[in-house]
Design a protein around this ligand. Structure first.
Ligand code: HEM
Length: 392
């Protein structure tokens, strides 16, 4: 324990969350491992340490919860995310099959049609709120449709996932604010995951197919549809919103994208590196760990600052610059190792298609007022972003 730096920073406080990047620089300078005195936890903010910890699932386990306070009690018995091998393998296998590159290829046409429809509508409007009308509207249409859930009540999806992501952090004002609406949405969410509520040809029903084949139980199937609704919407909404803000505030980079729309997938990937939707997750040490920065005792919470790792100048040239032509491969915005985001093919598809369509059809995007932040204990995103677009 000796030699490990201590920080008084509160990474869950509003003034930290509004612009965490200068604070991340300070935290990285403390060394590979440091302690957050306020929460009595250990932490890593540099790329090398965060990536290695994400990949070392035997030492940095998820089975005691990936939030501050042990298992996230907002979530029922886990089948992914907060579970370790061998128990993790079964749910991961079923989800991985459901969210495979082959499935993403099949969804491409419908996702593309919706991107075209959405961008046409926004060009007609000229000025709009890029959060409500685009970053939320597009994923909230295509992904729930792909899962096969009912069209009414979808606004509850955001209330639910905002609450879940808040509850990975401490009992603070953000969690208090999102709890009521989140809990109110919970029964609707679970109803949507039931076999009877799902369209016969959607991704949700593919999970029940695994139950029909005897691979998982009916009960497990219900709980494997739920992560789609918890982890698959708000993350993508914020990924699209954050990338859009980066493009709107870097007109030279948007011009490059406009000139070469085939950069869309790359630009989205860079957006996820530059301003990561999921900023942090916790792990718990299964044993005493000797790191180059000192010893972390066994059974301690360790906060992994993924968004800081994605800005670490030791890993990235011009780490604080948003560059649509950069190869952002290797960023940890989707995590890494056995828990790496199982929905990343779908998220990338959405990003590629919506930014590709914007790039082709829109010449300029500019802010017409200051964007407003939506603060959350784990997610980084926006409440509103008023913009004006000009057609190409
Ligand atoms: C895992 C981010 C979209 C489902 C993760 C993890 C991250 C992440 C960082 C790792 C968690 C950990 O290591 O503890 C993102 C981002 C997205 C996105 C930034 C959008 C831009 C999606 C989508 C789905 C999804 C569309 C679809 C259902 C999941 C699931 C896990 C996961 C189920 C847990 C995997 C496991 O434990 O094996 N995601 N995600 N995510 N993600 Fe995503």
């Amino acid at each position: 324990m000796t030699g490990i730096a201590r920080s008084q920073a509160d990474p869950f406080a509003p003034d930290f969350l509004i612009d965490p990047y200068p604070a991340y620089e300070t935290l990285r300078a403390l060394g590979p491992v440091f302690r957050l005195a306020r929460y009595d936890v250990w932490a890593m903010a540099g790329y090398a340490g965060v990536e290695a910890a994400l990949k070392d699932w035997k030492t940095f386990i998820s089975g005691e919860g990936v939030g501050l306070n042990g298992m996230n009690s907002a979530l029922p018995k886990p089948l992914t995310l907060q579970i370790d091998p061998p128990d993790h393998n079964k749910g991961r296998r079923v989800l991985g099959r459901t969210l495979s590159p082959g499935v993403a290829r099949k969804l491409r046409e419908t996702f593309q049609q919706e991107a075209e429809r959405k961008v046409s509508e926004l060009i007609d409007k000229g000025t709009f709120d890029a959060v409500a009308d685009l970053a939320e509207a597009y994923p909230m249409k295509v992904f729930p449709d792909a899962i096969g859930i009912r069209p009414d009540g979808r606004e509850k999806l955001l209330a639910w996932s905002t609450f879940v992501f808040d509850s990975f952090g401490p009992e603070n004002e953000m969690l208090a604010a999102s709890r009521k609406a989140g809990l109110a949405a919970q029964s609707w969410i679970m109803e949507c995951c039931a076999r009877d509520a799902l369209q016969p040809d959607g991704l949700g029903m593919m999970i029940y197919q695994a139950a029909d084949d005897g691979e998982i139980t009916e009960h497990e199937a219900t709980h494997l549809v739920r992560p789609f609704l918890t982890a698959g919407i708000d993350t993508t909404v914020n990924g699209i919103g954050n990338t859009l803000l980066a493009l709107a505030t870097h007109p030279d980079e948007y011009r490059k994208l406009h000139q070469r729309p085939e950069l869309a997938r790359n630009a989205f990937e860079e957006g996820l590196r530059y301003d990561s939707p999921v900023q942090t997750f916790f792990r718990t040490t299964s044993r005493e760990v000797e790191t180059s920065g000192g010893v972390i005792p066994a059974h301690r919470k360790v906060l992994l600052f993924m968004a800081s790792a994605n800005r670490d100048p030791a890993r990235w040239d011009n780490a604080d610059r948003f560059e649509v032509e950069r190869s952002a491969t290797g960023h940890v915005g989707f995590g890494a190792g056995i828990h790496a985001c199982v929905g990343q093919m779908i998220a990338r598809l959405e990003g590629e298609l919506i930014f590709g369509e914007l790039a082709r059809r829109v010449k300029t995007i500019e802010l017409t007022a200051e964007p407003r932040r939506r603060l959350n204990n784990s997610l980084r995103g926006l409440e509103s972003m008023p913009v004006r677009v000009t057609a190409a």
